[in-house]
Design a protein around this ligand. Structure first.
Ligand SMILES: [Zn+2]
Length: 386
């Protein structure tokens, strides 16, 4: 306030304004330092989600606890494949001294890593940069790890980075106690070599050649795939697909002709909406149970704009005439029941009589007639890797 007052009084004198500005800069030293830090260490997309990331700390902490049991194995595999990792020095060291001096005692003020770039190939073992958080006597050195694109590389709560698809992404480690402090690993992933280019390599699965990742979105034979193995980018935000909506309208007319009423109770859901939903289910039922019926953010088929919940998203829909009609007829309109009975080990989800996925009439008919799930039909997995 004092600064603004002074500025008004002397506004005709440019030099005085500069002095006032300098005073403001000093007063806002911490904020400036943070901005500089974020500019250096964050992509614009990352910065946009920073507050959401902070909100997610509780959940991340849970994840860390769960992966602790596998830490030894993962750390070892990370070390053995260290030849793939290029070290580029400490170009991305965190946080300036200004911010450090203003932090309460015990908070982390800087993060350094043993490497900041990693050039990997799909199929490589995970790599893990060793994290040093300063000061050494900081009381909470918990790490939050995130990938800017999980279709390119995934990261677990310990920092094990697993390449999954060709492309580039940023892996960020943030201090849980001080979310303004972070460091990044620029990850570049090459696709798997073809059989002829891999002497002595294992026989590639037929499906590998069918899987395409375009801008972080996975397609198999042109069909968009989202499940526990194949996520969507956080910023993939298409809304409900108009073709799927039109197909639903046609289906609703078909149901009406049979004397039944169907409506969409949940169509498109954004990454952030799914994050809230999933976290609520985790709090209510625990993570293991929540994973049986609710997708982690980025993994929901609803984020594709091609999935819909019909009438009521719960088991009391199961035995209704509408559920029976939907199961028998939805393929005619281009939909499949995406999570059929007794296929949880394959699809990753419990039976959902109400959840349909739009594929177009041709594919829906093929898959309906095969009696297979989407995963079985295309020979793909649906399993979380973290
Ligand atoms: Zn659903």
């Amino acid at each position: 306030m004092a600064v603004q007052h002074r500025r008004k009084k002397k506004q005709a004198v440019p030099t005085a304004m500069l002095i006032a500005l300098a005073v403001a800069l000093v007063a806002l030293g911490t904020a400036i330092a943070l901005l500089v830090h974020m500019t250096k260490n964050s992509t614009p997309a990352r910065r946009g989600t920073m507050s959401a990331d902070i909100a997610e700390q509780t959940q991340q902490t849970t994840t860390q606890t769960e992966v602790t049991a596998t830490s030894t194995t993962l750390s070892e595999s990370g070390t053995t494949s260290a030849t793939d990792v290029t070290t580029t020095g400490s170009a991305l060291t965190s946080t300036t001294g200004t911010a450090e001096s203003k932090l309460p005692a015990g908070l982390v003020s800087g993060i350094t890593l043993t490497f900041y770039t990693a050039n990997l190939t799909v199929g490589d073992a995970p790599v893990m940069p060793i994290v040093t958080m300063t000061p050494a006597n900081a009381t909470n050195k918990k790490e939050i790890w995130q990938s800017s694109n999980q279709a390119v590389a995934k990261v677990d709560g310990l920092g094990n980075i697993t390449p999954v698809g060709a492309g580039e992404c940023i892996i960020t480690v943030t201090s849980a106690s001080n979310p303004s402090v972070s460091a990044e690993v620029k990850v570049s992933v090459k696709g798997k070599e073809t059989a002829s280019g891999t002497p002595g390599g294992t026989t590639p699965q037929n499906t590998d050649s069918k899987i395409q990742v375009i801008n972080g979105v996975t397609y198999v034979q042109g069909i968009l795939i989202v499940n526990k193995t194949y996520p969507l980018p956080a910023d993939y935000n298409p809304g409900l697909d108009p073709t799927a909506q039109a197909a639903f309208n046609e289906m609703a007319a078909g149901a009406a002709a049979a004397g039944l009423s169907i409506q969409i109770v949940s169509g498109f859901r954004s990454y952030d909406t799914q994050k809230t939903l999933y976290n609520n289910y985790c709090n209510r039922d625990g993570k293991a149970e929540a994973d049986r019926f609710s997708a982690r953010p980025g993994h929901s088929e609803h984020q594709s704009g091609l999935a819909m919940d019909i009438n009521y998203a719960g088991s009391s829909f199961d035995n209704t005439p509408e559920a029976k009609w939907l199961a028998e007829n939805c393929w005619k309109y281009g939909f499949i029941i995406r999570y059929p009975k007794d296929k949880e080990s394959i699809t990753g989800y419990k039976y959902e009589s109400w959840h349909v996925r739009y594929l177009g009439k041709e594919w829906a008919e093929k898959i309906y007639n095969s009696g297979l799930t989407l995963e079985e039909y295309f020979g793909i997995d649906s399993k979380y890797s973290y």
